[in-house]
Design a protein around this ligand. Structure first.
Ligand SMILES: Nc1ncnc2c1ncn2[C@@H]1O[C@H](COP(=O)(O)OP(=O)(O)O)[C@@H](O)[C@H]1O
Ligand SMILES: [Mg+2]
Length: 416
């Protein structure tokens, strides 16, 4: 029995090995785990014998085998997911060991660890990468991290926003132009693709690229060649391309607004940056990070974010993602009047947001609203309608009281 337990615990430990080790071991692991009982084990009870170490074979009964099968299932599942990640497209598995990469992304949630793992996988290669994700999720930061951890790190990282310029300007921005190529082209100018030679080009908002430029970009991707506007001489460049979009390019392709061939060229390896509401564990970490960064930048002493303000930050849904959070913190620091970020320093939309889970209002939350209303009305009454006095009684900033009266629609009640 002791030997069986030892054998089982060894197998269990084996199953619990970090997936990164499983990855490193690759196919050999699958062979060990998926193998039928070792044919070299001593012959007694070969049908239900399992060899964990050389020379150690044990007989198991039906219940042992059930347990082993369950453990085997767990192990094969881990191998499956490790393999999936190996193909660079499956980003849903969790590894215990985080890769060491250089980046400026803040976040320790499981979803962010997937991001770091993805970056560490694609960075050393020259593969074209397509980053999906809502606006403000950190696509550009992730692209920079890929470049930073790639062999191209000492060459330029050139970011171009496809939505920021009209078609003709974007074309000359990308490909450059010769003197006199168009009115206003007073001198020859190198394009960004040329300037990025040896490095990485980040094309943001790719879904906005005009059809003529889509065709030209396809050629660059296929041949790494293009011409400056007004020139017939081809220029060769060595660039790695990272694209980003908050549009569903597949849908755009199906609708006909995005070229099929370009879509398939770009979509070699893709990854979706998670929206902030799907990695809530990171909200306060990011808020503290931006508070420290912004107070340093604006030379303001800040001792932290108040518990009430933290609760509101956690409750809000952050449709604008990390960018919105960064702006909310900066605004609170610029407009706030104490050394703490308080609830009243947050924008109304954040403070008045219903709890993020979108649950229907409960009797409890209705009761809380009612007593809030009651307290506010009573304070205003006691202060004879003087808001600053009423705010003092309630212990909130007068601006916050005005906001509450407005958002809770209390004016009609006050007029009575
Ligand atoms: N994980 C993160 N950690 C720290 N800052 C972030 C993170 N994600 C985004 N940001 C910040 O939010 C803003 C928007 O990020 P960006 O990479 O431009 O997003 P996107 O390209 O997806 O719109 C930037 O100021 C960036 O520094
Ligand atoms: Mg962006």
């Amino acid at each position: 029995m002791i030997s069986k337990l030892l054998a089982l615990s060894k197998l269990k430990r084996f199953c619990a090995m970090s997936t990164s080790k499983l990855e490193a071991m690759g196919d050999n692991v699958a062979t060990v785990v998926a193998n039928e009982p070792n044919p070299h084990a001593p012959s007694a009870g070969r049908d239900n014998a399992c060899s964990i170490d050389d020379g150690m074979a044990l007989n198991f009964d039906a219940s042992d085998l059930e347990l082993l099968e369950a453990l085997n299932f767990i192990a094969t599942d881990s191998i499956g997911s490790a393999r999936g990640r190996g193909s660079l497209t499956n980003a849903n598995s969790h590894s215990i060991v985080d890769p060491e990469i250089e980046h400026n992304l803040v976040g320790q949630s499981a979803r962010m660890r997937e991001v770091y793992r993805f970056i560490s996988k694609v960075a050393p290669t020259d593969t074209t990468v397509l980053l999906y994700g809502e606006s403000g999720t950190g696509k550009e930061l992730a692209a920079r991290a890929i470049h930073q951890n790639s062999p191209r790190v000492n060459k330029p990282f050139v970011a171009i926003n496809c939505a920021a310029l009209v078609e003709t300007l974007l074309e000359s921005e990308l490909f450059g132009h010769e003197k006199g190529a168009f009115t206003g082209a007073v001198a020859q100018k190198k394009g960004k693709l040329e300037m990025a030679d040896g490095g990485t080009v980040f094309l943001d908002e790719l879904g906005e690229l005009a059809p003529t430029l889509q065709a030209k970009l396809l050629r660059v991707l296929e041949e790494r060649e293009f011409e400056r506007l007004g020139s017939t001489r081809s220029i060769r460049v060595d660039i790695r391309l990272i694209g980003a979009t908050n549009k569903n390019l597949k849908e755009a392709m199906e609708e006909g607004s995005f070229r099929n061939d370009l879509y398939y060229r770009l979509n070699v390896v893709s990854f979706e940056l998670p929206p902030l509401r799907e990695r809530r564990d990171d909200i306060l970490l990011l808020a503290d990070h931006f508070a420290a960064k912004c107070s340093h930048k604006s030379n303001r002493k800040l001792s932290g974010i108040s518990p009430a303000a933290r609760a509101h930050l956690m409750d809000y849904n952050w449709p604008g993602n990390v960018r919105e959070l960064e702006n909310v913190i900066e605004r609170a620091i610029v407009l706030g009047s104490s050394d703490m970020i308080l609830q009243e320093d947050l924008p109304q939309i954040v403070v008045e947001a219903e709890s993020y889970d979108g649950a229907p209002t409960t009797k409890f939350s209705d009761a809380v609203k009612e007593s809030k209303k009651h307290l506010i009305l009573k304070a205003i009454e006691q202060a004879n309608g003087i808001y600053t006095e009423a705010a003092k009684l309630l212990g909130v900033h007068p601006n916050h009281l005005h906001r509450l009266v407005r958002t809770m629609n209390l004016r009609p009640a006050l007029k009575k």
